[in-house]
Design a protein around this ligand. Structure first.
Ligand SMILES: Cc1cc2nc3c(=O)[nH]c(=O)nc-3n(C[C@H](O)[C@H](O)[C@H](O)COP(=O)(O)OP(=O)(O)OC[C@H]3O[C@@H](n4cnc5c(N)ncnc54)[C@H](O)[C@@H]3O)c2cc1C
Length: 445
């Protein structure tokens, strides 16, 4: 048995977990995938489905779902990067449309995958509310809606305060956007169900098998503590851990986001809050709050500030100040939950490129691929990125491999200590902008 249960409520709630054996000895395969989160498992599944007989191995340092995939909020949603206005400001009109279309496809892809393969991941499809909690955020959400509707994107609508409160009764909600396209799932169950279908399709998966070195001499040789894999092609599905590999060192850095979870809400709570349709909800901050119900009626709330790490430090999961802030924010949003017990607190790493947008691509001569940088919106995307990586590995030109963030030029993160300074500067900017919106000082855009 392996005890990773303290890493998140989802991993704990799953119960005892027996990992697959670690790699022992040497293996020769066609494709080796590093990392068993949604990206790595989806890549393996798609490769094996597309080309039965292809030898595919997944090497996971810890257990399936150890990274963000076993700890996230479980929102399968269309938001790309930080938010539409930021994407448009950095990448322009056309690329924002393309990104949104990719994300719509990602949400539909997850929905179909779960239904077609009977994945038992406590999934439901309640839609998404992006709630404005100050007059500044009312303006921000209207602005984002205008951007998206001016691009011909449909299916999003503005709800007035009384309309959103009729769904979920928080006295803080001043309006918001409603988007039917959003599913909620149990992240750890989803990761382990992906493991099941990847294995059933023919992929070999080894847990507790960290890749410690990659050598290239014609083929790739991946070393783990007790065995080596030789492969023609490799995929880095290592997201927020990618900077630990020299090949990807400057493409992204980790930032840690945190979650808290309450005792189950009772009938009295629901009588006051409503929330019958059990939607996923985010507010409109840059340093967003995201909140949802679990299958057993607990309130899960994540986000607020992020923790930033220095150098190779990946030990930033627990931040007592942010946990306190989140607990305070629950009763700020829902005063009738005052006194409810918080039973779980955890965190996990997000992958952050300098320009806050995802990237997929080749490294060198197209025999190695990577996917990273989903920031806080990677549940649906990581699944579809696995499909896209499979196309790249199989040397297929598809509409997925044509999308602009495949093989896009990235701004490199500088080395430490400049990296830390730049991370703090970006976070500081996001916080100041949030403070402006919170004081209602935002000017019309
Ligand atoms: C607390 C939290 C809440 C979030 N909430 C949401 C949400 O509600 N909706 C949303 O869309 N997104 C959310 N996200 C983001 C989302 O979870 C991620 O974008 C997504 O899970 C990334 O999947 P992945 O497979 O690319 O990476 P990961 O799941 O992080 O997988 C990477 C894997 O690589 C392994 N690895 C690393 N180094 C090595 C090595 N040397 N050898 C072998 N294996 C290695 C790691 O152990 C890990 O298992 C959240 C993230 C966090 C942390």
């Amino acid at each position: 048995m392996s005890d990773h249960s303290q890493l998140s409520y989802w991993l704990e709630n799953y119960g005892p977990y027996k990992p697959l054996p670690a790699l022992e000895g040497d293996l020769e395969v066609d494709v080796a995938i590093i990392g068993a989160g949604y990206t790595g498992l989806s890549t393996a599944f798609n490769l094996c489905q597309d080309q039965p007989g292809l030898e595919v191995v997944v090497l996971e340092a810890e257990i399936v779902g150890f990274g963000a995939s076993g700890r996230n909020g479980g929102f399968s949603m269309t938001l790309f990067g930080l938010e539409p206005a930021v994407t448009k400001a950095i990448f322009g009109h056309q690329r924002t449309i393309e990104a949104h279309r990719y994300m719509e496809r990602a949400v539909d892809y997850v929905d179909r995958l779960i239904k077609n393969h009977d994945l038992e991941s406590d999934y439901w499809y309640p839609g998404f509310l992006r709630a404005a909690t100050t007059t500044g955020y009312v303006k921000r959400i209207h602005h984002d809606l205008e951007i998206l509707t001016s691009m011909g994107i449909t299916g999003l609508e503005w709800l007035e305060a009384q309309e959103i409160r009729a769904e979920v009764n928080s006295p803080r909600f001043l309006g918001g956007w409603w988007e039917p396209r959003c599913g909620l799932l149990d992240p750890a169950k989803q990761a382990r169900e992906l493991k099941r279908i990847a294995q059933a399709s023919g992929a070999q998966i080894f847990e507790n098998s960290p890749v410690t070195e990659i050598e290239r001499d014609g083929r790739f040789t991946l070393s783990t503590p007790r065995g080596k894999v030789q492969a023609d092609k490799i995929a880095f599905a290592t997201n927020a851990y990618s900077h630990l590999f020299p090949q990807l060192k400057s493409k992204q850095v980790p930032a840690f986001t945190h979650m808290v979870l309450t005792d189950p809400l009772d009938d009295q709570h629901f009588a006051e809050i409503g929330w019958k349709n059990r939607q996923g909800i985010e507010d409109a901050r840059n340093l967003v709050h995201y909140f949802r119900l679990t299958i057993d009626n607990r309130l899960a709330m994540g986000g607020s500030d992020v923790s930033i790490a220095y150098g190779l430090d990946m030990d930033r999961d627990l931040n007592q100040r942010i946990f306190r802030d989140l607990e305070r924010d629950i009763t700020w949003l829902f005063p009738n939950l005052k006194g409810i017990k918080v039973t779980h607190r955890w965190g996990g790493p997000l992958s952050v490129p300098v320009d806050l947008a995802p990237a997929i691509g080749f490294i060198g001569d197209q025999r190695a691929v990577y996917s990273l940088g989903c920031v806080g919106h990677g549940v649906s995307m990581a699944h579809l990125n696995g499909r896209t990586l499979a196309d790249l590995i199989l040397e297929r030109d598809t509409d997925l491999t044509e999308v602009w963030f495949v093989n896009r030029r990235m701004i490199p993160w500088p080395p430490e200590p400049l990296r830390l300074l730049l991370s703090h500067a970006i976070r500081g900017y996001l916080r100041i902008e949030d403070a402006i919106y919170e004081r209602g000082l935002a000017v019309d855009q």
